[in-house]
Design a protein around this ligand. Structure first.
Ligand code: ARG
Length: 275
């Protein structure tokens, strides 16, 4: 197996400077020192797991640039650059595009008239792209991606404002196997998931609110936010090792472990992934 490769961005300019999701509250702010320690712990944990962690240069005025999962969607050597719903984040795209372009990826763009927030809303489980829409990404953008890459897309409406990106409530572990928070979906979405993912592991409400589903999968190890004991037990039962890293400073912006990473060589559960 080739070495896993992940892009991260240090939190030098991280902060809560605007409010674009229900987690963000400018008056609470973020403690930069603590954010740095927590980010570093995630970075070092991933390195310790044998991941090649790449870092890009933080940029003043772009507090959410740390959430590299939203940069775009990776498919083989192609990086499909996001079209952010909010102007404050759209300014990140030139920086992501430059990094990916300079590192040998083919940078592609979606049509201008639709929104798509990259690996935050589009996750491969096996050969199928599970696609969250409504709050940030458009269903039409997901269909366009399906055609472009020649993959099957299953759109899932995100009905709970706290779970505004698909990666906050759904985490593929391997083909046919995933974590999810049922209440983030309507009954139709829940049925789509149970029909297409044979082994679905529900995360309890309290731990979903700690962003337990927002986990980074490296082989048989799952890295997620602290204080998710039930999740850790479920993972152990399913044959995974769970590592907790406290990331509460990032929860204040509506993000956690997975949001802080972009898997460059393909998510673990993607069956197109280079072996
Ligand atoms: N504050 C960021 C936003 O609202 C958080 C992004 C979290 N990223 C994710 N992949 N869920 O856009």
């Amino acid at each position: 197996m080739s070495q896993p490769r992940i892009l991260m961005c240090p939190p030098d300019h991280y902060g809560i400077e605007y409010e674009i999701n229900p987690w963000m509250n400018r008056s609470l702010g973020a403690v930069r020192e603590l954010a740095f320690r927590q980010w570093r712990a995630l970075h070092d944990t991933l390195k310790g797991l044998g991941v090649q962690v790449e870092t890009m240069t933080p940029q003043p005025g772009l507090p959410d640039l740390v959430f590299t999962a939203n940069a775009g969607l990776m498919f083989r050597n192609t990086f499909l650059s996001s079209r952010f719903r909010h102007e404050v984040r759209a300014k990140e795209s030139p920086h992501f595009d430059a990094w990916l372009g300079e590192h040998g990826f083919e940078v592609k763009h979606l049509p201008e008239n639709s929104y798509h927030e990259g690996a935050g809303d589009a996750l491969f489980c096996g050969d199928t792209l599970f696609a969250g829409y409504r709050t940030r990404s458009d269903a039409s953008a997901h269909q366009w991606v399906g055609k472009e890459f020649g993959v099957r897309v299953l759109p899932l409406e995100l009905v709970n404002p706290r779970f505004y990106h698909l990666d906050t409530c759904f985490c593929p572990l391997a083909p046919g196997e995933a974590l999810y928070f049922p209440n983030a979906f309507d009954t139709y979405g829940q049925r789509v998931l149970s029909t297409h993912v044979p082994k679905l592991i529900p995360v309890v409400e309290e731990e979903a609110h700690r962003f337990g589903c927002n986990a980074v999968v490296v082989g048989k190890t799952v890295v997620h936010n602290s204080r998710c004991p039930r999740l850790a037990e479920e993972l152990a039962r399913a044959g995974y090792r769970s590592i907790e890293v406290e990331l509460d400073e990032f929860l204040k912006a509506g993000g956690s472990a997975k949001c802080l990473t972009l898997r460059l060589d393909g998510e673990e559960a993607a069956s197109w992934k280079e072996k």
